[in-house]
Design a binder for this molecule. Sequence first.
Ligand SMILES: Cc1cc2nc3c(=O)[nH]c(=O)nc-3n(C[C@H](O)[C@H](O)[C@H](O)COP(=O)(O)O)c2cc1C
Length: 357
Amino acid sequence: MTRDVLIKILDLVRWAPSGDNTQPWQFEIVADDHIAVHGFDTREHVLYDFDGHPSQMAHGALIETLRIAASGFQLASEWHVRSGSPDNAPVYDVLLRSAPDLLADPLLPYIEKRVVQRRPMRMTPLTSEQRNSLSLATGGNYSVQFFEKTSDRIKVARLLWDNAYIRLTCPEAFLVHREIIEWGARFSHDRLPEEAIGVDPMTAKLMKWVMQSWGRVEFFNRYLMGTVAPRIQLDFVPAIACAGHLLLKPRKPLNSLHDYVEAGMAMQRLWLTATSLGLHLQPEMTPVIFRWYAKAGREISAHSKINKKVELMASRFERLVEASSDQSFAFFCRIGQSVPPKSRSLRKSLSQLLVSK
Ligand SMILES: Cc1cc2nc3c(=O)[nH]c(=O)nc-3n(C[C@H](O)[C@H](O)[C@H](O)COP(=O)(O)O)c2cc1C
């Protein structure tokens, strides 16, 4: 295989999803049959990157995308975490070998088409074939639980409504929100463009102004019901306006870096399969992440009132999905049909992502 082929593969691989479009990776072409993915995470400054797990899931999505992209060039891939590389900067060695009989993975055409849809979707129910394909996509180590009835979507909407209150009133989360949006943009190479976040232009203008300082956010939240418009538009309405919500549950608890990387691979197969079925998807990861905090006995905030709300939300989430308190949750999302979003996150260029070590 030539360097040219590796470049083509990596150019596709860039389109893997990551939380807030952080793209926590760099690529190194070590040899003609060897790519090293240098992963990192943002746990030091991003509240949502709990112990780096969302970044590790993104690494998994990336490695799975690499496998699928390589199959288009009759290349089989295998990967391992380089021994001695730290959890917060894991190096994934991906080895490629020629496999002339290998068929291109059927998910290959959807790598660039896959996109997050944060706007309301149609409520057309999933067909049993769609449900079946989505369940099979994640592989045998996970089960997929569906929440499709109107009453279930309303329950999820209420959970997300309260969860969003935590998100919007937590000063530690504000520090993240303030950095991740590229205001006035339809496309963004390294953040979320304003138009893709799912609020109307008036609310976006107001959010931009309010988010200049925590003082403004607090004032607005306290006296002007500032959380209401974003919560309606970003959480409540979309939770009802979809075909349903899906919870990806691992059959064994998630403990190690490896477990989260594999969960990310399953997530990416699910997402690409949804795309191949003409469906759109939006991750709803904050309740999952806040539950990770609660289960680990860790606090999201210096404010005890907020931490109490996180604990209550975690138990309510468990009751809603009828899960025991020791069941791990890997991925939660909503799914449905819709027109493709007009605005989306793009990616850093390959030259920005390629390094030589
Ligand atoms: C682990 C993970 C968690 C995510 N969590 C959320 C989420 O809670 N809400 C959301 O709207 N998008 C979420 N996303 C979607 C990312 O923001 C999105 O993939 C990224 O901005 C790139 O955009 P694209 O998927 O449209 O290419 C998540 C993605 C990943 C991989």
